[in-house]
Design a protein around this ligand. Structure first.
Ligand code: G6P
Length: 374
């Protein structure tokens, strides 16, 4: 496969900007309207013989490392809501360290862009030995994880060259949202919800195109933050994972300390760090957690926190508590797909920070695209 940077300067930049196309490819042939009622659903060919077993599992456990783990965390709420099965998360190395329980009645889902990460592969062997049904979600056809799982879904995001994962992350979330729809099955009670999600999936590439227009704004913000030592990112609910993933991008490529924080834990430690110098991104787009995030913003403002608020379009004036607060307005989509939108400005911020600070974008210091040794 001939891969080049086209008119972009770096692969990471190219991969961020091609997300409308990579998401389209991820969904191609998988979203369906069927029957006379035109009811909307999804078709994941690689799972069709196993859906019954997955639905009957005692639990579904998602296993991955780095960005792939964060993607599973982003999809967890919708998986829990639609599947009706308990959903747990495991970082592969931690599962191995603890020799955590995996049972025959479990479905273990292995999420990995490369399909070759050593810890995820060892966790797969462990789950196979324990008799679980093993499902792979990878971007690499023929990879070890694709070959050794019982069934799976390819995310079809196209080759990802930049060490920091961007387009694979958003495609992984979309595949897991489709997985939630597939496991959930059609019931009258959740029909409206399912249709809203399928409609949201259809429209997602356009919304990602829209959020990419924030590129210059994120470059300006990067200019402001260029000399900072640290950046905190507060999120919760659907966007707890966005906080972790945004902070991971900043850390891994811009080489700036950054921490994703569950906003519900603010009072249990992080609040002590707040002063007028430390920049804090608070994700406060519209969903069931919105009013709680408004209260977090007020509390940070009361302690003179230096706030950057990510909010839904049109909300800046009402959500920002003071003149010094900066807003990032993003398009609103159905709550469970909002993490796909919200991560994009943070990817752009990490990218621009890296370029401005003069670091290597595509090959960050000490990191590898695929970690094939323990
Ligand atoms: C490395 C990469 C990350 C990636 C992680 C997991 O740390 O630098 O971008 O998220 O491995 O890789 P995988 O291929 O399993 O998704």
């Amino acid at each position: 496969e001939q891969i080049n940077k086209g008119h972009y300067e770096h692969y990471m930049q190219k991969e961020i900007h091609e997300q409308p196309e990579s998401l389209t490819t991820t969904m191609r042939g998988r979203l369906i309207r069927r029957g006379s009622s035109k009811s909307k659903s999804v078709l994941l060919g690689g799972l069709k013989d196993h859906l019954k077993t997955i639905r009957r599992s005692r639990r579904i456990v998602f296993i991955g490392c780095g960005t792939s783990y964060n993607a599973a965390l982003a999809a967890r709420p919708i998986l829990e809501e639609l599947s009706g099965v308990p959903v747990t998360m495991e970082i592969a190395s931690d599962l191995l360290d603890r020799e955590g329980p995996i049972y025959r009645e479990d479905t273990a889902v292995f999420v990995s862009q490369s399909g070759e990460t050593a810890d995820t592969l060892l966790a797969l062997q462990y789950a196979l030995d324990n008799g679980a049904l093993c499902v792979g979600i990878t971007n690499t056809v023929g990879s070890a994880i694709a070959r050794n799982t019982h069934c799976g879904v390819h995310i079809n995001a196209g080759a990802e060259i930049g060490v920091a994962s961007t387009k694979a992350y958003t495609s992984q979330i979309v595949v897991m949202a489709m997985l939630a729809l597939a496991i959930g099955g059609d019931t009258i009670s959740n029909q409206a919800r399912r249709e809203a999600i399928v409609d949201g999936l259809y429209d997602l590439p356009n919304k990602v195109r829209e959020v990419l227009e924030l590129d210059q704004e994120m470059k300006d913000l990067a200019n402001l933050l260029i000399a900072e030592q640290s950046l905190l990112v507060f999120g919760r609910g659907y966007n707890y994972a966005t906080a972790l993933e945004g902070a991971l991008k900043v850390k891994e490529v811009a080489l700036m300390h950054s921490e994703g924080i569950l906003a519900g834990e603010m009072k249990h430690g992080p609040l002590a760090l707040v002063d007028e110098n430390l920049p804090i991104v608070v994700i406060a787009t519209h969903d069931a957690c919105f009013s709680k995030q408004q209260s977090v913003i007020q509390q940070l403002h009361a302690r003179r926190g230096r706030l950057i608020v990510m909010c839904s379009k049109g909300d800046a004036a009402s959500v920002c508590p003071g003149e010094s607060c900066r807003a990032i307005e993003v398009p609103q989509v159905v709550d469970c797909l909002q993490p796909v939108i919200n991560v994009v400005p943070l990817q752009l911020l990490a990218y621009h920070l890296t370029v401005l600070r003069g670091f290597n974008v595509d090959q960050p210091r000490n990191l590898a695209k695929s970690v094939t040794t323990q």
